[in-house]
Every structure is written in structure tokens, then in C-alpha cells.
Design a protein around this ligand. Structure first.
Ligand code: HEC
Length: 105
């Protein structure tokens, strides 16, 4: 009985990790894996002239366009992110903005 339980647990785990390969990453994950090296954990690292995301006042549509198409030293991520991941990252980097910035909107 115990063996069967362990076996079915392994099967379930196997299936769920297989499924995860196709799941869209959330904004924080995309940020850590793709953006953090230049923009830093808080958004203000500024490597290679990266814009400070804390003080950014860019609209969602402009932010989406920059991430998708790139600008200056920042490459285009359009082909590396799914539509959902692109939306997630735009929402996520807005959370890096300061409280005052959010309240003034
Ligand atoms: C190679 C370093 C690098 C990486 C990696 C990088 N960026 Fe950038 N980013 C830049 C640079 C440089 C600029 C300034 C571009 C310009 O205006 O010429 C910039 C600008 C931006 C801006 C515009 C902000 C403003 O107010 O002008 C946003 C938004 C942004 N990056 C988001 C991201 C996101 C999201 C990611 C990850 C998907 C990312 N960046 C990855 C270098 C980088």
C-alpha cells in the first residue's frame, strides 16, 4: 500500500513538473532572471545606463513597447517573453516605484 502511495506521488510530481515547463513565469521571476542584472533588485542599479525604474513615470503601453522592442543598450525581449509574461513584467516593475509615485497617479 505504502509503495503504491509513493509511486502515485511520484507520478503526480512528474506530471506537474512537466506541466510547469509551459507555464508563464510571474513578473518577479522574469525580473530576477532577465532584468535584474542591469536594473538591480530595487530597479535603481543603472548598469550600462539602465533607467531607474523607481522614478520611471512611463505609461504601461510605453513600458510594454520598450521591453518588447528594446531601446539603446537594452535589447528587445519580445521574442523571449510570452504575451502573459510581458504583461506580468510591466505590472511587476510598477511595484518597484516609490509609494509617492503611486499615490500621485
Ligand atoms: C543590458 C542591460 C539591461 C537589461 C538586461 C534590461 N534593461 Fe531595461 N534599460 C536598459 C537601458 C540601458 C535603458 C535605457 C534605454 C534608453 O533610454 O536609452 C533601459 C530602460 C528601461 C525602461 C525605461 C524606463 C524609463 O522610464 O525610461 C524600462 C521600463 C526597462 N528598461 C525595463 C526593463 C525590463 C522589464 C527588463 C527585463 C525584461 C529590462 N529592462 C532589462 C538596460 C537594460
Amino acid at each position: 500500500m505504502k509503495k503504491i502511495a509513493i509511486l502515485s506521488a511520484l507520478i503526480v510530481l512528474g506530471f506537474s513538473s512537466y506541466g510547469q515547463e509551459h507555464v508563464d513565469r510571474d513578473g518577479a521571476t522574469v525580473y530576477t532572471q532577465t532584468c535584474l542584472m542591469c536594473h538591480g533588485p530595487l530597479g535603481d542599479k543603472g548598469l550600462a545606463g539602465a533607467k531607474n525604474l523607481i522614478i520611471s513615470t512611463m505609461s504601461d503601453s510605453s513600458t510594454t513597447a520598450i521591453v518588447r522592442d528594446g531601446k539603446g543598450a537594452m535589447m528587445a525581449y519580445g521574442t523571449m517573453l510570452s504575451e502573459v509574461e510581458l504583461e506580468n513584467i510591466v505590472v511587476y516593475i510598477k511595484t518597484l516605484r516609490t509609494k509617492e509615485e503611486e499615490e500621485s497617479h
